[in-house]
Write a protein that binds this ligand. Structure first.
Ligand SMILES: [Zn+2]
Ligand SMILES: [Zn+2]
Length: 397
């Protein structure tokens, strides 16, 4: 791999990459509605000579896959996510969102511009590359269900792919650094719903009613013990409540309480045991309080588990791009990413490119209305994606 050439091309393209990111930032689109973004991606890939370009997955006109065939050899896939969030941007930059209530507040605008620039570099180095590239521009990463990754995989996005890589710009990590991790790195995410049903009545006569709010309160306290008392303290796991709905008036005992929340963990055994324990507590507490409980758990996103061999290739590429001193191991994160769905089919690794820089206002968390990245991170991301893919096809051969 000619790393000098890759770094030089990424540096030459810096201005163009920033321009692309700013254009996309100004024109955000929500999950499954990334039509204009996908058309934009498609036009650029045609310009760079990509083949087998396919646009439109599921019932949507969004999502793009494309191939670059060097000489025959292994096929490595690179993935970027396309969607923005239902957030009203509070930044004042000239390229701020032009769509009211929609914002690229997670950095996916940067991911698209990085993958487009890396695509151009790889197309320029096609003759020297001993393998093929599949690009996957994925809709709907943010909403979990239906996940863009699941739909694209169902419709053949991974056909003939040997391995896959993906990145996230990360405002919690200093710009200029790259983080890798072997094994589990991001948690699985499941949604739970519990409905407690009792018997409504007058607030002054509780003995004539069956109050489901008391059962719900006991349940909310009891589920805290799933992680604190029932799971090995060495193992990270989270049970959170995000939504609770009951009642219409101060003097009426309601007849039902709706609760919803999330379960997060890294291990599939723990994932299953948390669901079983949540169901047991809901049923047991409902019975104790003369109510009924209806529990459902929706499995949304599995844990991101990085493959040792592919992570080694990524780590070496990172050391070549930013130097060993700027390459570090990532901590595990309780948030989830549907990149894990690709990893259920082919070996892959998901890594982080630092995009934080307080001096440039890039120190707000992802999904904040003031989220911003240090745009210098784009050049790092471009060189990383191109070097990682090039090196992967060389080493997988
Ligand atoms: Zn996000
Ligand atoms: Zn994201």
């Amino acid at each position: 791999m000619n790393i000098k050439k890759i770094k030089r091309l990424a540096a030459d393209m810096k201005e163009k990459t920033v321009e692309t990111r700013r254009y996309l930032h100004a024109h955000p689109e929500l999950s499954w509605r990334e039509t204009e973004t996908s058309l934009y991606v498609e036009r650029r890939l045609r310009e760079y000579g990509y083949e087998n370009i396919r646009r439109g997955f599921g019932d949507a006109a969004s999502g793009v896959t494309a191939d670059l065939s060097g000489s025959s050899g292994p096929r490595f896939a690179l993935r970027a996510d396309l969607d923005a969030l239902p957030i009203h941007e509070e930044n004042g930059a000239p390229y701020r969102s032009s769509v009211d209530g929609v914002m690229h507040a997670c950095g996916h605008d940067g991911h698209i511009s990085i993958l487009l620039a890396a695509a151009e570099i790889l197309s320029l180095m096609k003759e020297e590359m001993p393998g093929c590239i599949r690009l996957i521009f994925q809709p709907a990463e943010e909403i979990g269900s239906p996940s863009g990754a699941a739909v694209m995989i169902d419709e053949g996005a991974l056909e003939d792919v040997d391995a896959i890589g993906g990145l996230h710009l990360w405002s919690f990590v200093e710009s200029g650094k790259v983080q890798w991790k072997n094994g589990p790195v991001m948690a699985s995410s499941d949604r739970w719903n519990v409905v407690f049903t009792g018997k409504g009545g007058h607030g002054a006569a509780p003995h004539t009613a069956i109050d489901p709010t008391v059962a719900a309160a006991a349940f909310l306290c009891a589920i805290q013990t799933i992680t604190s008392r029932e799971i090995d303290p060495i193992e990270p796991a989270v049970v959170s409540l995000g939504k609770i709905e009951a009642g219409d008036a101060f003097n009426i005992i309601p007849d039902r309480v709706n609760m919803a929340g999330t379960l997060r963990s890294f291990d599939s055994g723990i994932r299953a045991s948390m669901e079983a324990r949540l169901r047991r507590l809901a049923g047991g507490i409902a019975a104790a309080y003369r109510c009924e409980a209806e529990t459902s758990v929706t499995h949304m996103i599995p844990s991101v588990v990085n493959h040792a061999g592919i992570t080694k290739i990524l780590r070496e590429a990172a050391e070549a791009v930013v130097g060993a001193e700027n390459t570090e191991e990532s901590p595990r994160l309780m948030i989830s990413e549907d990149f894990s769905m690709y990893q259920e089919r082919v070996p892959g690794t998901f890594f982080f490119v630092g995009a934080g820089n307080p001096a440039k206002g890039a120190d707000n968390p992802h999904h904040s209305p003031r989220f911003e990245i240090d745009e210098d991170a784009l050049e790092t991301g471009v060189a990383m994606m191109a070097a990682f893919a090039f090196s992967a096809v060389e080493k997988l051969k």
